[in-house]
Design a protein around this ligand. Structure first.
Ligand SMILES: *Cc1c(COP(=O)(O)O)cnc(C)c1O
Length: 230
């Protein structure tokens, strides 16, 4: 199947799952994860109407998206993989959102490179909800310390939380990790009413339907759109 066919299928499945879950149509954003796939695949997806893309490595994202983004202002790039501090300067001008803020030092670095004259930056805080993933906040206190710091960076905008579910076939374990995220997002909104926690980025090719049922507002899908990664 072509990238266009895959995208159409995923969009239909997202719409169907939203409806079955009693959620309004269009409540879930599709991020097409193009890591390891060539820029020609990105352009194919763009032709099929896809506007939001996810990449997990700065070294790959920068050369791949520099031209795409300057030719097509409607396209936006999200950084979804773990980010080293020395790569922040390169990715801030390109990315619309950094989804993988997983420690306070990284937040400080993003704040340093995000000034009004350069650019505003949307961020998500990555939460570790399964033992397999190596990154993400593991303690709510650490997360709150980072959220407390946001007031020092007026051009860094919290939009919500991101997670990867545990790698298991057990649907109820996966659903449990997603529902924990939803409750954590709600708790954050109560504690920080001045901040925006409207985004819950959760769900990938194998588990996005579970995620949508549990309240995801953004699914990050690679394989089901672009095929297996080499
Ligand atoms: C690769 C990746 C995805 C997409 O995974 P698929 O299983 O190919 O859909 C989603 N989120 C993150 C953080 C990733 O690194």
């Amino acid at each position: 199947m072509s990238i266009r066919d895959n995208l159409e299928l995923i969009r239909e499945e997202i719409a169907r799952t939203e409806a079955l879950a009693g959620r309004p149509a269009g409540s879930v954003t599709l991020v097409a994860v193009s890591k390891f796939h060539p820029v020609s695949s990105v352009l194919e997806a763009v032709k099929a109407g896809q506007t939001v893309f996810g990449e997990n490595r700065v070294q790959e994202a920068v050369p791949k998206f520099q031209e795409v983004l300057s030719n097509s202002p409607e396209i936006s790039l999200h950084l979804i993989g773990s980010l080293q501090r020395n790569k922040v300067r390169q990715i801030v001008p390109l990315a619309a959102c950094i989804e993988s803020v997983d420690r306070i030092e990284l937040l400080r670095e993003i704040g340093k490179h995000t000034t009004a004259s350069v650019k505003h930056m949307s961020i998500l805080f990555e939460i570790r909800t399964g033992e397999e993933s190596k990154s993400g906040y593991t303690s709510e206190d650490d997360l709150f310390r980072s959220l407390d710091l946001l007031c020092e960076y007026p051009f860094v905008h919290c939009r919500g939380l991101m997670t990867l579910a545990p790698q298991t076939d057990n649907e109820s374990t996966i659903a449990g990790s997603f529902s924990y995220m939803r409750r954590l997002g709600e708790a954050c909104s109560v504690r920080y009413p001045e901040l925006d926690f409207s985004v819950l980025s959760m769900g990938m090719s194998s588990d996005y339907k579970i995620a949508i049922r549990e309240g995801s507002t953004e699914v990050r899908i690679g394989t089901a759109i672009f095929g297996e990664r080499r």
